[in-house]
Design a protein around this ligand. Sequence first.
Ligand SMILES: [Zn+2]
Ligand SMILES: [Zn+2]
Length: 576
Amino acid sequence: MMNNKQVSALLNQLADLLELKGENPFKANAYRRAARAVENSRVALDELEKGPEELPGVGKGTAAAIRGIMETGRLEALDQLLEELPSGLPELMNIPGLGPKSIHLLNRELGVENKEQLEEALKQGKVRTLPGFGEKKEKKLLDGIQRMKRFTRHLLIHGLTVAETLRERLAEHPEVLQVEPAGSLRRMKETVKDIDLVVATKHPETVAETVVSMPEVIRVINQGSTKVSVLLRMGWEIQVDVRLVEPDQFISALHHFTGSKEHNVRFRQRAKEFGWKVSEYGIHDEDHEETFTFATEEEMYQKLQLPYIVPELREDRGEMDHQAEDLPQLIRAEDYRGDLHMHTRWSDGSASVREMALAARERGYEYIAITDHSRSLKVAGGLTPDDLKRQREEIDAVNEELDGITVLAGTEMDILPDGTLDFPDRVLKELDLVIASIHSGFKQDEETITQRVLNAVKNPYVHIVAHPTGRLLNRRDPYAIDLDRVFEAAAKTGTMLELNANPNRLDLNDRDLKRAKEAYGLNVTINTDAHSPEMMDFVRFGVATARRGWLEAGDVINTYSLEQLRQRLDYIRRNK
Ligand SMILES: [Zn+2]
Ligand SMILES: [Zn+2]
């Protein structure tokens, strides 16, 4: 069964392709409206009493499409369009600055059908003469194509969505005894190249047949009795490798395909000390012609007299050199008590303060901070000092009304290109929580940007610097910043750095987090930067990245009680 998000993704994709083909805009808009209605619906599609028509903005035609998706998992009109359009055309939408309408224009006017042809046309200066393009855009698109060539990995969130769908599906298969995702996805790496699934079965051919006949398969890369590889389209295109193994080999195979390669090398070296060999089938004692298999990964590590190492740590970053008692007790999802960075309709969020508070309470949080953008970020409807006062009244009222959740009044204030902050201290000091961050001037040199951030770190009223490197995975590299100087200043002042949990950001990344803790003794804060209640789910990616950075609950201030949090916030201001 497909969930609302998956259905809405298909509808949006269809709308894009209709525009890309140059169809009547009303048609595309109807699908987009329906997609939005499905995504925003609090009720799952199959629980709607009268069907999709119940949702606002869903008409007869779009309702039929939704029904089709629910019945077959596919959208026929979309499949047809994909068949019809040049296969390299849809992926051009991944180039920043290119929407479906401009791609249609490029195709109609210049016959562009894929990124190679687009690159050629750009280089020949043909594109800049088209309406709405120009030289600046030409350069941006060329950069975008370069980037696209460089980034071929998928965001973790995309990989997980596909892996979890497949895992649920395969788990229901009568011949599947066990199924788990492996690979970098299981290690919760920020991006993944493909999806690995390990399946325990006595009938590999039957399972392989099921895999290749799934409706989303667009190409079978390889079909054997131990491995099937397919290219799937489930919102996006991704390769899936399914390993088919004997039930008693399942754990060894899962361990083997989870990696990382570097960790496995260390694991094999360790086995060698006992005179054993490790493979995907088990640990072999060749002298005694014996193969050990395992019921759990814990047993496998035990066999080599090693403490159990969770997948997120298997990167050969020191995990094999620790005694059990020195390995970190990694932070868990249930340790997290409140989210300190989120937006509401006051700026560019989609919900009210009250709605965000209710959603947080539902998740079992004790507190949240509302941190809308500041006045200079006009594209996001940034707040003026007057707006902040009125918002504070609204927050007070919500706190008055709701038990079990405390809402802190905050801001996400821009650090301006000249290094000054968007609000004066007298405005900041009225707020419970002040975040500072960079949203402009990304191209400045390292010294300038580092100084901008240091100004914020040293300001007596700033508690947090959000998304400290500004990177967007697959889209924008980090700006030039000397993180060590920032870490040092943060250690001195107590100002906290953020791990922004948005799956496009994950900023700070796992390596920087580990270094911030080990070399500078820093605590961090994990926040989702949610622009809607659903986006608070991103905390999962934040916690996973923190685990990859070896962080324990005590390293993350969102595990504090409200009382401890307030003390910490006070301390930061008194300390500077
Ligand atoms: Zn931001
Ligand atoms: Zn934000």
